[in-house]
Design a binder for this molecule. Sequence first.
Ligand SMILES: Cc1cc2nc3c(=O)[nH]c(=O)nc-3n(C[C@H](O)[C@H](O)[C@H](O)COP(=O)(O)O)c2cc1C
Length: 206
Amino acid sequence: MSEAGTRRAITLAITGASGAQYALRLLRALVAADCDIALLISRAARVVINTETELELAEDSALQETLLRNYAQANDGQLTLYDREDWFSPVASGSSAPRSMVICPASGGTLSAIACGASNNLIERAADVVLKERRQLIVVPREAPLSTVHLENMLKLSQMGAVVLPASPGFYQNPQSIDDLVDFVVARILDQLALPQDLLPRWGES
Ligand SMILES: Cc1cc2nc3c(=O)[nH]c(=O)nc-3n(C[C@H](O)[C@H](O)[C@H](O)COP(=O)(O)O)c2cc1C
């Protein structure tokens, strides 16, 4: 394992769209890939995580951080959870923000706020920073059907350089379980981040 400071830094924001399992699987994969993770969790995401998974996140962010660090088996200093108004956190400034940020899953509300540059909470501000610095932003929306507003916001984000990677697993690998479907999407995210993954063979690989 690398020392803190030499690991690849990534911001992972979890918002209140359905699909908390994608976020938790991605979190574990980033820890396994020896990344240094700045974690941001919206209030709605906490509700969704508690509804959709076996985890029970407390309101207190220190307790959330401990639970998620244990869940993901992160080393000391590998995972830091920042509060929604921690404007002094590294992710809030272009001088210190990680080069890559993933919003998984991404709610329609957060996509809208980022598309118009609202920056009203740390997730929105961190995304704004990544876009203004021309760094890597990957958003993983989950909504169906999509309204014109959703589509317009995704188009705007794509035009600003973000990668729009819908939580939309393929079935050509013959998935046998929900885990396989979750891994499909997480593998696509890891590919975008250029992190090694063996969750899923690439097209053409056996
Ligand atoms: C169980 C649950 C599932 C939800 N699923 C979605 C969803 O799939 N997509 C979405 O855009 N919003 C969904 N929402 C609504 C968002 O959580 C809500 O719009 C919230 O304001 C988003 O806030 P955030 O972007 O700060 O996380 C869901 C809410 C709950 C409680």
